[in-house]
Every structure is written in C-alpha cells, then in structure tokens.
Design a protein around this ligand. Structure first.
Ligand code: SIN
Length: 495
C-alpha cells in the first residue's frame, strides 16, 4: 500500500466502531495522532466521550446473549479467520503501527504475527473451556461446575504494543463468549481501527467488539466503571492508573485484570556464557526501544565477569542503528512522545549528576533528520547506585544501568527490593543456580538465559504492584469466565 493510500485510509473522521458501524463522536471533536519519528501529525481521529462510551456498552450488552450462546467452535472459526487476515495484511498493519508508534518496522511485523497468534491460540482455548463434575459426598447429590462468560468486558490497552495488547485481551474475551468495549491509547488508535475492520470481515457480528477512540481516557473509563452492565475491566498500563481503576472497580465489585509497570532486574552470574548473556540482555533491554513492561531496568553483573560483560555489552549498544522505524535497517526507533523523552532524559541526568558514568549514549539525538523526532541514543550507565531514580522508577527507554555484585544471595535480595514483580532475567550455565534463582525471585516471569520469554501460550503477569491476573496461555481465558456450581438433588430410583 502506498503512503498516500495509507494516509487516506487512516485519516478518517469516523473512528468509533460501534455496533458494526463507523461513526463520529457525539461531540464531533477530533484529536491528532503523531508520528514519533518526525513529530508530524499523521491523522485526526474522533475524540469519544462518556456518551460514546455508553453507546458502545449498549451495543456490547445487546450482542452478548447471542454471542455467548454461539458454540465455542463457531467463535473460534471467526478468530482464526481474523488471524489469517492479519497475516495476509501484515506489512500494511505493521506500517500503520510504526507510523503511529515508532517501533522499527521489522519489530512491527513481528508484533503483528505475535498479535495474530493470540487469536489462534484462544480460538482453541475457547473450545477447551471445560467445566467439571465433582464426585458428591452424599447420596442423592450431584455437583456440576459450569464455566460461563463474565459478560461485557471493558479493555483498555497501551501504546507500546498497539496490536498485540489488543488481541491478548480481546481474543480470550471473545473466545470465552464475552463481548467487548475497547479503548486504545490516545497515541495509537490507528492500529486498533484497522483491527476492527478485520474482525468485521472475519464475520464477528455487530456489537460483539466496539471501539472508542478518545483523548480523554478518564471520561471513557469512568463511564465504563460506573456502568453495571460492564462486568470486567482488563487494563495494561502504569501501576498508578491501575490502582485508580482498581479502586473505582471496587464500587461495583467488577472483576479486574491488571498488567502494570515493571522494573525488571537482570542477573548475570560469573558462570554465564558472556555472549549469550549480552545477546539476551540486549534483546530484553532494547526491544521496542526499551518501551516494554518487561524490559531490563537494572543489570546486576557478578564481579568476576563484570569487566568482560560491560565491554562486550557497551560495544553491542554502540553498534545499534538508531533510525526512523519505517526504514528497514533501523534497530532502535524513537520514543513514543515528548513526555517519554523528557522522562528518560531526566533519569539519565539524575544518575549522572549523582555520579554515574556514561559508557554510551546519554542524550537526545540532535543531529540531522532524527532531530525532528523523539529519539534518545542507546545508553549504558556504570557506577549506578540504589538512590538514583533509574533504580526505582520505570524508565521506559533505551537506557541500561550496570551494577556489580559479589554474592548470589545479595543478587536475589537486591533484585527483589522493588515494589514491582513483573519480569526478571538470569544468565548462568549452572542449572542448580538457575533453578534456585527462578524460585527465589519474586517475579511473575523469569527469563532463564532467555531475554524474550513472552509468547501466546504462556502466562504473562506480575507479582506485587505489577498487577493481578494472567494473560496468555490456558490461564488467560479463565480471567473471562465465571465458575458456576449447579448442585443437583437426585431422587433415589423408585423400587
Ligand atoms: C508489555 O510490555 O506489556 C508486553 C510485553 C510482551 O508481551 O512481551
């Protein structure tokens, strides 16, 4: 697809998808979407408000009885068809995604496949959402356990994976028989819009999935949180917003799934294969320009291997090609917006002011074409201490702090010293140490010699303030199912 055609497709005034039709917001207002690589506006989309949010719930609520009664197999056929369409349109979707979010186009194609894989996986999981028959204690009793969809689900998705975080929520919800109202991040509504067309073409009936784009996320979220017809909120985003949603959801005891912030430690032991450790840490740290919840934030390296690791890691970081995500050879794209750039800059400046040493990068790109966008150079910091902001707060950028440590127990203690508990990484060639580390670390995801452990088939979610619930794998669909007991009293057989 040419850029002109792409622009025409996404520069639409009608970006609310409600009851199977595109429409404008009630207010008629629109808001701009920017290309983070150039700072230019790529589209204006409808700015939905509380009235639009309620209209979306009307549609989802009306569609629920029929959709939930459809055999899971039939729902699965539509999800598989949606996945097939995503693979078919992978390049076009990836381009839209990169245009609004900035990630390198090769990563964007990978994300589209990752996103489609949730549709395929949950198509099958819907068919396997078995109930139970429990052996009774007393004669004349029978116990059946049914699994039923929770009802209308409100999904609130982040900008860092504009396709995959939509399907990771929507696929299990639809497979379970729920209907959905979806609000994508204000930075990245375009990919979500393209997905609505795909669901419709795959045969998903009107009202089953509805999209409200908005520049006022609180207004839309509040409308859904105060609506009794919405039975579940599923959210990926910051811990701060997650806590707010959880407090408000408590008023109606709505079910919640929250995938929140992280501050992932990496532990590189003396006995690690240093090349493997560098590769794994690079993958974890620089995927999506450091803008994932599972990105390495603190890299603890045991003293015996520290110098070798720091040298090889810094060399690899200096070799990364920073560029406009639309260029085929870019490895690190821009940050999503000005606020992100300011935060990353502030973290690096704070660390340097308190005595950290810059081994690579350390500043915004100010030369050439890239100066127009929100680019930050891939950065390595040494001499980092626990009192620096970067060691406590999620940086969400391409900055890698290195910290030496002496003993195994010290590594676990320092790694666990965080309110977050999403992902942790361990590099060691000693299997016993690897198992010990996996058991001792208070994190929901452990990458053991593996910098990229996420896939559709496995649980994704955090301990502590990193969230509640799991997405992906067999665990993912249970978040959208109620468990119902049917107790039966059975008369004795007549003599
Ligand atoms: C996230 O950053 O929230 C998702 C990362 C992943 O799926 O690996």
């Amino acid at each position: 697809m040419s850029d002109a055609a792409l622009h025409e497709r996404i520069n639409t005034e009608q970006s609310l998808f409600i009851n199977g039709r595109w429409s404008e917001s009630a207010s008629g207002r629109r808001f701009p979407v920017f290309n983070p690589a150039t700072g230019q506006v790529v589209a204006h989309v409808s700015d939905g408000d509380a009235a639009d949010a309620r209209r979306a719930v009307d549609a989802a609520y009306a569609a629920f009885p029929q959709w939930s009664r459809l055999p899971a197999y039939r729902r699965g056929v539509m999800l598989r068809q949606a996945a097939a369409l995503m693979y078919e349109r992978r390049d076009e979707l990836a381009r839209t995604l990169t245009l609004e979010m900035g990630k390198p186009i090769r990563e964007a194609r990978g994300e589209i496949s990752y996103a489609a894989s949730f549709l395929e996986w949950f198509a099958g999981e819907g068919e396997r959402a078995y109930g139970d028959i429990i052996p009774p204690m007393a004669p004349g009793k029978r116990h059946l356990v049914l699994k039923q969809p929770v009802g209308v689900v409100a999904a609130i998705t982040p900008w860092n994976f504009p396709a995959a975080m939509v399907t990771r929520k929507v696929a299990p919800a639809l497979a379970a028989g729920c209907t959905v109202v979806l609000k994508p991040a204000e930075q990245t509504p375009l990919t979500a819009m393209a997905l609505m067309d795909i669901f419709a073409e795959a045969g998903v009936p009107p009202g089953v999935i509805n999209l409200v784009t908005t520049n006022d996320p609180a207004a839309v979220a509040d409308a859904w949180l105060s609506d009794h017809r919405v039975r579940k909120i599923t959210f990926t985003g910051s811990t701060e917003v997650g806590k707010l949603l959880m407090r408000k959801a408590a008023d109606q005891v709505k079910r919640v799934s929250l995938e929140l912030g992280g501050h992932a430690p990496v532990i590189v032991f003396d006995d690690a294969d240093v090349d493997k450790a560098v590769r794994g840490t690079m993958a974890s740290k620089f995927r999506n320009s450091g803008q994932t919840c599972v990105c390495a934030n603190r890299i603890y390296v045991q003293k015996g291997i520290y110098e070798r690791f720091a040298e090889k890691f810094t060399a690899a970081v200096r070799n990364l090609r920073v560029g406009d995500g639309l260029s085929e050879d870019a490895e690190v794209g821009p940050l999503v917006d000005e606020a992100a750039l300011e935060k990353v800059t502030a973290h690096v400046e704070d660390a340097v002011a308190r005595g950290a040493e810059l081994l690579a990068g350390g500043r915004r790109v100010t030369e050439g074409e890239l100066a127009r966008g929100w680019f930050f150079l891939p950065t390595v910091l040494a001499g980092v201490r626990d009192d620096m902001r970067i060691m406590r707060e999620e940086t969400f950028g391409p900055v890698a702090p290195l910290i030496p440590f002496e003993h195994e127990a010290e590594a676990y203690e320092r790694a666990n010293d965080s309110p977050y508990g999403l992902a942790a990484y361990v590099f060691t060639e000693n299997i016993s140490r690897g198992i010990r580390a996996a058991e001792r670390l208070e994190y929901g995801i452990i990458g053991l010699n593996d910098g990229t452990p996420s896939t559709a088939q496995v649980p994704f979610g955090g301990f502590k303030e990193s969230g509640i619930g799991r997405e992906g794998g067999p665990y993912g669909i249970h978040e959208f199912l109620e468990v119902k007991l049917v107790g039966l009293a059975v008369d004795e057989e007549p003599r």
